[in-house]
Write a protein that binds this ligand. Structure first.
Ligand code: KIV
Length: 323
């Protein structure tokens, strides 16, 4: 049996892992169960990504619409459940582009209101000063270069970045500038493997790749993609480790079928009451109500089912929001 992890992973441990050549595992999560699964799998970093827009909130092909309030809500649910992994809140479009001050205000909200351990923001260039300002205020920042989905339109769509010599050089410069500004790690998304390898070699902080080949210091995948919860076309870099959408569909169809044919709920899912209490109950209700009820129930519920005493081990009563 593995020993449970103790306390929060210290941020400098990520740089130490890079030094040792230990791969860093990052995955996205958007709720408490997802965070618990990720923690139990031993991941180092949970990203509450703005991919939530697509995989949770139902926007198609864009991360742009997700708001600060939505991201704070989701991050809070993850922070509540993740004890060991570092929780990174992803700053949504519009929350950091306007100015360094606005970016800092919103980064503070992630830490103070949502319990994030760090934030991530997309881009280099003008965004480098945002990173510097937030880091100087004492908040850990993860950078993100390559394909930055918030500016996908400007980049010509969801396309591999850094494919020309010039673009690759600019990408490396951007990553170096983010490190210089104090970023503790940099995500490289949809970048040719040799370019990602070069960035990884040049940076002292870890690189986390997604569609960036095998030589980055760590990897990240979107929870719904790797579990097979996302349906339809997925980028080449996604590997599906399960087919949960199929399982969920099958389970829901089976449930609907059993409700319709009366197989569910069975005796084992049904509460009974002591015989004498049932007698008392029956005699305490008005004869007219009894006869109406009896008539109503006769065709669908057998006497043995409705009158059976409580089974020896009752199924536990789960707390619900109903009174
Ligand atoms: O929002 C997100 O999930 C991300 C990852 C794809 C890195 O930014």
């Amino acid at each position: 049996m593995s020993t449970p992890p103790k306390g929060k992973l210290a941020l400098p441990e990520l740089a130490a892992m890079k030094q040792r050549g230990d791969k860093i595992v990052m995955v996205t999560a958007y709720d408490a169960p997802g965070a618990r699964f990720a923690e139990d799998a031993g991941v180092e970093i949970i990203l509450v990504g703005d991919t939530a827009a697509m995989v949770v909130l139902g926007y198609e092909g864009t991360t742009v619409p997700v708001t600060m309030d939505e991201m704070l809500f989701l991050t809070r649910t993850v922070s509540r459940a993740a004890r060991h992994p570092i929780v990174v809140g992803d700053m949504p479009f519009g929350s950091f582009q306007v100015s360094d001050e606005k970016a800092l205000e919103n980064a503070i909200r992630f830490v103070k209101e949502a319990g994030a351990d760090a934030i991530k923001l997309e881009g280099a260039g003008p965004m480098v000063s945002r990173v510097k300002t937030i880091v100087e205020a004492g908040i850990a920042v993860m950078g993100h270069v390559g394909l930055t989905p918030q500016s996908a339109t400007q980049l010509g769509g969801f396309k591999t970045q850094g494919k020309t010599a010039q673009a690759a050089t600019e990408l490396i410069d951007g990553a170096l500038a983010l490190e210089e500004a104090g970023a503790f790690a940099v995500v490289l998304e949809a970048v040719p493997a040799p370019v990602a390898a070069e960035v990884t070699q040049r940076l002292t902080v870890p690189t986390i790749g997604i569609g960036a080949g095998p030589d980055t210091d760590g990897q990240v995948l979107v929870y719904h993609d790797l579990l097979g919860l996302s349906e339809g076309h997925l980028p080449r870099f996604v590997k599906r480790y399960a087919s949960l959408s199929r399982e969920i569909r099958d389970a829901l169809e089976h449930y609907a079928e059993e409700v319709r044919d009366g197989t569910f709920p069975g005796d084992e899912h049904t509460y009974a009451m002591p015989e004498e209490e049932l007698e008392l109950f029956r005699s305490s209700i008005s004869p007219s109500a009894t006869s109406v009820n009896d008539h109503a129930k006769e065709p669908t519920m057998s006497a043995s089912k409705s009158l059976s005493p409580a089974p020896e081990s009752e199924p536990p009563v789960r707390k619900t929001s109903s009174p």
